[in-house]
Ligand binder design. Structure first.
Ligand code: ADP
Ligand code: MG
Length: 390
């Protein structure tokens, strides 16, 4: 958690004196524990909010300007709160701007502007959803400050729409949903196309979640992501011969898939679909084993998930594979997998607390040996979704 005293000092240096008080909001980052590349296929994901994220200090202004600053970036601006226009030069500010725009498009009016200072603890662009975190904290804070209802499901949808339309990033709903609706010590079983969800207790006892950042730039991720999506669509089209109503792979049980997969003509497309259907099944099995407090079985499912993403869906790459391989060799590791879209980004492992130091040194050393890159590790606890702190 950020040092609030220091952040307040920074805020007061940046912005003019005012009699209004500064309010503080926080939204977490998120990690997906299992259920990868299932979201756009109408399947389950299983993310959890982290205890670290984005803190926002916000204060009402007397005019209609919007002050934007972040401790993570040097640029700082005041813009009219209306109209909001996307500008390449505004860089990161286009995320909060998109939210202000989205809220206004939905009829939320603001009598005054606000001064905002963000402080992010999530590494940007590593798949822990710093973008969703900044979006959701902005939406929640602005709604609360203006006296509107703060429905966290509606906020997640608005934030996703803003990222899709204002920022031109075709993300699904998982990130914003987890960041908005997470709960301490719970993971979220979420069906992305219906938004049905369930908070599932995640009691890890003497085990901790350790996130490993490969620090590999995710260069090809967009084109590969789009390719995977169209392969899934192709699989659905082929399978409609047996299931005319089928629109998404997630609507098929593993059994129905296995008895009809011969209809998928292309072998690669068939493997992609196999991953999706089996991965959804693994999420469902995860809930069962977690209810039985069987963390070892959950670790096995994490391992299977990674192996499937490597062999069937082919979205891992040598950096994620090396890190996961090194992690699994450490005694006290129950499971390890890539998390996020793949091709770089992060891994998540379930590590016994006595093994964490060895884990960091040994996995870091072996990863560097294999890739030449330095890894970063974050020992995580599951935290709450967006909230007002003061
Ligand atoms: P990810 O969501 O995986 O971290 P993205 O590329 O989707 O990566 O989003 C990262 C971008 O979000 C940053 O480059 C920046 O523009 C914006 N952002 C995230 N956190 C902050 C922050 N604390 N302050 C300013 N901008 C931020
Ligand atoms: Mg993002």
């Amino acid at each position: 958690m950020a040092d609030l005293h220091e952040l307040t000092q920074r805020f007061l240096q940046l912005y003019q004196e005012s009699a209004e008080s500064i309010h503080v909001f926080h939204a977490p980052g998120r990690v997906n524990l299992i259920g990868e590349h299932t979201d756009y296929n109408g399947g389950y994901v299983f993310p959890a909010a982290l205890t670290f994220g984005t803190t926002l200090l916000i204060r009402r202004r007397s005019d209609r300007l919007l002050g934007l600053a972040s401790t993570n970036f040097t640029d700082h601006k005041h813009l009219p709160i209306e109209p909001i226009v996307y500008a390449e030069a505004d860089d990161w500010m286009n995320y909060p701007k998109g939210i202000v725009n989205e809220l206004q498009q939905r009829g939320k009016t603001f009598d005054t502007g606000f001064d905002l200072l963000f402080h992010g603890e999530i590494p940007n662009g590593s798949g822990l959803s710093s973008s969703a975190s900044i979006e959701v904290v902005t939406a929640y804070a602005l709604l609360a400050m203006a006296g509107y209802e703060t429905d966290t499901v509606a906020i997640a949808l608005m934030a996703q729409r803003s990222e899709n339309e204002f920022n031109g990033v075709q993300c699904g709903i998982m990130d914003q949903f987890a960041v908005a609706n997470g709960k301490k010590d719970h993971a979220i079983l979420l069906m992305c196309d219906t938004l049905e969800y369930d908070l599932v207790p995640f009691e890890s006892g003497s085990y901790q979640l350790v996130i490993g950042n490969t620090n590999k730039r995710r260069g090809l991720v967009d084109s590969k992501y789009n390719e995977r999506r169209s392969q899934c669509e192709q699989a659905v089209e082929d399978l409609r011969e047996a299931f005319p109503e089928l629109t998404l792979l997630g609507q098929l049980s593993l059994q129905d898939f296995n008895s009809s997969k011969h209809l998928i003509k292309d072998e690669t497309v068939r493997r992609r679909a196999q991953h999706v259907v089996e991965e959804i099944d693994r999420v469902i099995r995860s809930i069962d084993v977690l209810k039985d407090h069987d963390l070892a079985a959950f670790g096995q499912l994490m391992n299977q998930s990674h192996d499937s993403l490597r062999d069937l869906y082919e979205v891992t790459g040598m950096e994620l594979d090396s890190m996961v391989e090194a992690a699994r060799d450490i005694p006290g590791v129950l499971g390890s997998r890539m998390t996020g879209a793949g091709f770089g980004g992060c891994t998540v492992s379930l590590v016994h607390e006595d093994s964490i130091e060895t884990f960091k040194t040994e996995v870091g050393r072996r990863y560097k040996e294999a890739t030449g890159l330095d890894a970063d590790f974050y020992v995580c606890k599951i935290g709450n979704g967006v909230e007002q702190l003061s």
